[in-house]
Write a protein that binds this ligand. Structure first.
Ligand SMILES: C[S@@+](CC[C@H](N)C(=O)[O-])C[C@H]1O[C@@H](n2cnc3c(N)ncnc32)[C@H](O)[C@@H]1O
Length: 260
């Protein structure tokens, strides 16, 4: 039996490998990320073009028109947290697991030049792609930092809004992620995430499948447990504000607030 530490580290290694190759593929082809393997990356709509997939999870044509193609092709989310986060001019936004940067760019446009959007990701290829996309867009109020969302490279109480799109389910230690999110938010700050959750506890043989973990299935936990962990970290007014899909594993938009 693997030690807990080794197990967590191997999960992260598989995720880095999977999303490193997803970032490279996004730059080589404008095709859907659905490949010959049986298990796809998170956010891959088999049979759909990247644009069709992005619209299916809540991005508008207007939002997509202003983005580099590779930001859309690399998108691997399960919602559009920037559409529901109520972002305001001048705010500082932090995106946990920013991938190719899609939500960082949309946030940066919404908060304007007096605000800022910061993306954190642990996969080098995704960070390279996001920085290339930022250059192509000529956008200056964005920053991409390398790091683990379980140990955020972000100062205490420095962020107004945390967003995340289909990432926290991938983290082996969600309590740590939520404690870190709470630490970096300013008092009165908010968190709005799109993520994969479940109706019930998944069977152990699914939880143990690393491929399915990297595909945003095995690390998903029941929505009630997810919200309970947010409350344990100190968040208030925690609620599921929308959901997509009706299966045992589905995508939800969850909101939480750090009290003043
Ligand atoms: C499913 S993709 C979503 C990317 C992006 N949010 C989007 O909507 O396109 C997951 C991303 O989270 C990153 N990631 C997964 N676990 C992470 C962790 N523990 N710390 C930092 N980044 C992580 C991966 O490298 C990958 O870029």
């Amino acid at each position: 039996m693997m030690s807990v530490m080794t197990e967590k580290e191997s999960i992260k290694e598989v995720i880095k490998e999977r999303y490193g190759s997803h970032a490279l593929k996004a730059q080589q082809t404008a095709q859907s990320c659905c490949g010959p393997t049986t298990i796809t990356d998170c956010g891959c709509g088999c049979g759909a073009t990247p644009d069709q997939y992005a619209k299916g999870i809540g991005y508008t044509q207007e939002e997509l028109t202003n983005l580099p193609d590779t930001a859309i092709t690399a998108a691997a989310g399960c919602g559009n947290p920037t559409a529901i986060a109520g972002l305001k001019e001048g705010e500082v936004v932090l995106d946990l697991g920013s991938g190719g940067g899609i939500d960082v760019f949309l946030s940066a446009q919404k908060v304007g030049p007096n605000g800022k959007a910061i993306g954190v990701d642990m996969t080098d290829e995704m960070l390279d792609l996001a920085r290339k996309n930022a250059k192509e867009l000529g956008i200056e109020n964005v920053e991409f930092r390398k790091g683990d969302i379980e140990e955020l490279p972000v100062e205490d109480e420095s962020v107004d809004v945390i967003i995340s799109n289909c990432v926290i389910n991938l983290a082996p230690d969600k309590d740590k992620v939520f404690r870190e999110a709470y630490r970096v938010l300013k008092p009165g700050g908010r968190l709005t995430v799109s993520d994969i959750v479940t109706k019930n506890e998944l069977p152990q043989h699914i939880k143990d499948n690393l491929d399915l973990w990297a595909g945003c299935v095995s690390g998903a936990i029941p929505a009630e447990q997810y919200m309970g962990k947010l409350r344990d970290a100190g968040f208030k007014e925690v609620k599921e504000i929308a959901s997509r899909g009706f299966g045992a594993v589905y995508s939800a938009e969850i909101e939480a607030h750090k009290p003043l």
